[in-house]
Design a protein around this ligand. Structure first.
Ligand SMILES: [Zn+2]
Length: 185
């Protein structure tokens, strides 16, 4: 299970492994945590006490120090995986649900006609619909978008990037995701 790392003000920074979180605990850089500990890691025996070190890992950890979050200022990077999660695995043209390996990144305004490779110009489409549309605009192909693209916020981006998100993490992230997001379903 992954741990959600925040900066001290509560802005999401990254998904890290519980091993990486253990390093933060051990170096005393964890300022506060959220959620119940989900894992206990055991380290070496401490020479002074003869006791084995024990670290409780929480699902959300905020770290000390002014680590500037670049992600906060920039548009989240666009990947197919995140695009398909944003669009819930639904083809924007036929409305059918597909496995991710059957989906494509569809450029609403084709790249060959000046369309950007951006969150606002990309939508999820099945191979058949993408192939049918080709290098035409939706209206030229008489195809209608069943939903619209949008740029995910940082909190939402963390959800799109997460692999196995537990309820404490989802609750925390969704609290900062706009109501208009599809992730609220
Ligand atoms: Zn389709």
């Amino acid at each position: 299970m992954d741990v959600l790392q925040l900066d001290i003000s509560g802005r999401p920074q990254a998904w890290i492994t519980s091993r990486e979180a253990a390093v933060l605990y051990a170096s005393d850089t964890v300022a506060w945590t959220l959620g119940d500990a989900f894992q206990v890691l055991r380290g070496g025996t401490q020479r002074a006490t003869g006791l084995q070190s024990r670290i409780e890992v929480h699902p959300i950890v905020a770290v000390r120090g002014a680590i500037p979050s670049r992600a906060w200022r920039h548009t989240p990077a666009l990947t197919n995986q995140k695009l398909f999660v944003r669009d819930r695995g639904l083809c924007a043209y036929c409305g059918n649900h597909f496995h991710f390996d059957e989906l494509t990144r569809e450029h609403i305004v084709p790249v060959s006609r000046g369309g950007g490779d951006t969150w606002m110009n990309c939508i999820t489409a099945c191979r058949a619909c993408n192939g049918h549309k080709g290098s035409r605009l939706p209206e030229e192909a008489r195809m209608t978008l069943l939903y619209l693209p949008y740029v995910p916020s940082l909190h939402e981006d963390m959800i799109l990037r997460g692999r196995r998100i537990v309820s404490d993490q989802m609750e925390f992230l969704l609290a900062s995701v706009p109501r208009s997001s599809r992730l609220h379903g």
